[in-house]
Design a protein around this ligand. Structure first.
Ligand SMILES: Cc1cc2nc3c(=O)[nH]c(=O)nc-3n(C[C@H](O)[C@H](O)[C@H](O)COP(=O)(O)O)c2cc1C
Length: 381
């Protein structure tokens, strides 16, 4: 199917699947273990029903949303995705530029395949930085100092990776450090010549912000120790709050009490997230975790949700259940995989046009006005 005929994010996903070697596609498309949590994320969004109201003038629709004093043209942004250039070479910069052009936030990952400095420049004022706390305090401090120097003012620290997720597809695909060109991988590349040629042009992707530290790494264990730590605690968050002068958000919150503690420690916001179902397969979908969390911290901090957003209406569902803003990860990745710059643009357009249409159908002309009164049923409350 051509890009122009793609009607949904899932159409973009199917097109990307045909253009990308399996091992690289699975890297983004996969989730933890049985992938139950990943599936439930989107299903649970679909289960939230909103009741339309009619005879309301919806000839002008306003999708703007203001977060941390900045007004964005849509109530969603691009979630941080590590190593995205392995999925589609050049994807990081394509998406940072798209977010600037559409005036939505772009979150640069600590584990991005392009340096945080280059991404700050491309996102040009619309960039936020996602921080992984390393087992080496000097590595964490190095990233914070670089983020500050690059001009980021919003830091999103990820809490939900005390251990790396177990992704069965990656194990089956024998992903390893250093990357191994097995006969199967070579065959997969040969069957996707466009991807292979682009990869040759862009070079092998790496976790660019740690490139010097990881030179010569020979195992995943080494990479993980540099990137993440099982020892990240509330005391570290307290220190981080004192260290970072800008806005601070915690990403990966699923429990209302954890959200309350974030507020008490002076954080500016949280992202209710389960990492797109890539961490724990036994956890709840985020849209089910959201209402209790939003109730607990309503008015005290900004509440953002991600994981499973595939339709414009999902943003309305999230807003009705207490979120201020949303992020999408794979939806944008599928777009860029389906068609580079034009595909990324298409992903944005699909989500945004669906959102505009859904607002009109709901009988609401301003995104900000969506609220609990639009819920057909008060689920999980
Ligand atoms: C391939 C991939 C890599 C990711 N890398 C990171 C990362 O480096 N840091 C982070 O905080 N979250 C990371 N995430 C999680 C996303 O930020 C986001 O929470 C998730 O993609 C949302 O779910 P969705 O893909 O269903 O929209 C990653 C997700 C994917 C799919």
């Amino acid at each position: 199917m051509g890009l122009d005929r793609a009607a949904s994010i899932n159409d973009l996903r199917l097109r990307a699947k045909r253009r990308i070697p399996r091992f690289a596609f699975d890297l983004v498309d996969g989730g933890a273990e049985n992938e139950r949590n990943m599936r439930r994320n989107s299903e649970a969004f679909e289960e939230v029903e909103l009741t339309p109201r009619y005879m309301v003038d919806v000839s002008k629709i306003d999708t703007t949303a203001t977060v941390f004093g900045q007004t964005y043209d849509a109530p969603f942004g691009m979630a941080p995705i590590g190593m995205l250039n392995a999925f589609w070479p050049g994807a990081d910069l394509t998406l940072a530029r798209l977010c600037k052009a559409q005036n939505i936030p772009y979150v640069a990952s600590s584990a991005s395949s392009t340096t945080l400095e280059a991404l700050a420049e491309a996102a040009d004022g619309n960039g936020w930085f996602q921080l992984y706390v390393s087992s080496d305090a000097a590595v964490t401090e190095g990233l914070i100092a670089r983020a500050e120097a690059a001009g980021y003012t919003t830091l999103m620290v990820t809490a939900d990776v005390p251990a790396a997720g177990k992704r069965d597809r990656d194990i089956r695909n024998q992903l390893a450090v250093p990357f191994r060109f097995t006969p199967d991988v070579i065959l997969q590349c040969a069957m996707n010549p466009r991807w292979a040629l682009r990869s040759l042009k862009y070079g092998a992707p790496n976790v660019a912000n740690y490139a010097n530290l990881l030179q010569g790494a020979t195992s995943y264990a080494e990479v993980q120790k540099t990137l993440i730590t099982p020892g990240f605690t509330w005391d570290d968050l307290k220190r981080l709050r004192a260290r970072w002068k800008g806005r601070l958000l915690v990403k990966g919150i699923l429990h209302a009490q954890d959200a309350v503690t974030c507020a008490e420690l002076g954080c500016d916001g949280i992202v209710v997230s389960n990492h797109g179902g890539r961490q724990v397969d036994f956890g709840p979908p985020t849209i089910e975790a959201l209402p209790a969390i939003a109730d607990a911290v309503a008015g005290r901090m900004t509440v953002i949700v991600d994981s499973g957003i595939r339709r414009g209406a999902d943003m309305l569902r999230a807003k009705a259940l207490g979120a201020d803003f949303a992020f999408a990860g794979r939806a944008f990745a599928y777009g860029v995989g389906a068609g580079g710059d034009a595909g990324a643009q298409k992903a944005f357009e699909i989500l945004h046009l669906e959102l505009v249409r859904a607002l009109g159908q709901l009988g609401v002309s301003t995104f900000d006005d969506v609220g609990p009164t639009h819920l057909s049923k008060y689920r999980n409350k």
